[in-house]
Design a protein around this ligand. Structure first.
Ligand SMILES: NC(=O)C1=CN([C@@H]2O[C@H](COP(=O)(O)OP(=O)(O)OC[C@H]3O[C@@H](n4cnc5c(N)ncnc54)[C@H](OP(=O)(O)O)[C@@H]3O)[C@@H](O)[C@H]2O)C=CC1
Ligand SMILES: O=C(O)C1=N[C@H](C(=O)O)C[C@H](O)C1
Length: 234
């Protein structure tokens, strides 16, 4: 269709990719093209790519997109600060890595950066469905990094078995259970009080608005993490 932007969708057979495929197919201004990253990385004719695969495939896809000058919205979790730093060093442009597309989750992490100015002790507990392949979640990792950036690196006292994965000085605990979609609690401990910030994903519909916002956003220079800028939060 004239005037539509062609969006390559990698991982369109999976939960997140199938949602993106439906959203893009239903949008008047976007046209979906299903991509199987296992079969090749030809991105010609695409205006942007949406990635919802696994980390290894995601990294290869983003490398190919950087070479081809095609913008990418990455939904796949597991991108480390180090790998994002490598992309920036390569001069990557138009890459947006989104740990979580849901408005409530983005706000939860943002609110945690405010609380982090006032509390020195904090732990994160995330829960996801039992088909999730990675742990801790991309959202919990990003949350811990965002808290760590406010507090400065302060090693958590208990770096020992049974006390979670320490990310940017913050212990992160991961549960994988049937019956759960996604949930995250950020618990701050202070003098005679705790503050808990909790977000519940009850349906993957929560990702829809953020996916479309990211796909329709103007191409950003360099590498952007999250959709905070698109929500007026940064
Ligand atoms: N940012 C966000 O808001 C969200 C992020 N996610 C993240 O998105 C990613 C996908 O999640 P989800 O959709 O639940 O996962 P699924 O397991 O449902 O889907 C994974 C998709 O990746 C494809 N795939 C698997 N291995 C490879 C490979 N080696 N090369 C190419 N493609 C591959 C699968 O294809 P096939 O079917 O052929 O195996 C499938 O299409 C995860 O990292 C998850 O954490 C999930 C939800 C929200
Ligand atoms: O795999 C999932 O389901 C999700 N993955 C993302 C993550 O790792 O944080 C986002 C959301 O929590 C759902």
């Amino acid at each position: 269709m004239a005037g539509t932007r062609r969006i390559g969708i990698a991982g369109s057979t999976g939960r997140l990719g199938a949602l993106a495929l439906r959203l893009v197919a239903a949008a008047d201004d976007l046209e979906p093209v299903e991509l199987d990253v296992r079969e090749g990385l030809d991105l010609s004719g695409l205006d942007a790519v949406f990635d919802a695969t696994v980390l290894d495939a995601s990294e290869r896809l983003v490398d190919a997109a950087v070479d081809a000058g095609v913008p990418v919205v990455v939904g796949t979790s597991g991108w480390t600060q180090e790998r994002i730093g490598d992309l920036r060093d390569r001069g990557a442009e138009g890459i947006r890595i989104v740990p979580n597309f849901s408005l409530g989750s983005v706000l939860e992490t943002h609110l945690a950066t405010i609380a982090a100015r006032h509390f020195t002790a904090v732990e994160v507990v995330e829960a996801h469905h039992d088909r999730k392949r990675d742990a801790p979640s991309g959202t919990a990792t990003r949350t811990a990094e965002a808290i760590g950036a406010v507090r400065g690196f302060r090693p958590a006292t208990p770096d020992e078995p049974g006390r979670g994965t320490i990310i940017a000085g913050v212990p992160v605990h991961a549960l994988r259970l049937p019956g759960v979609v996604a949930r995250q609690e950020i618990v701050f401990g202070g003098t005679g009080e705790t503050l808990t910030i909790r977000h519940d994903t009850t349906s993957s519909d929560s990702y829809s608005a953020g996916i479309l916002l990211a796909l329709r956003a103007e191409r950003q220079p360099g590498v952007t993490v999250g959709i905070d800028d698109l929500l007026g939060l940064s």
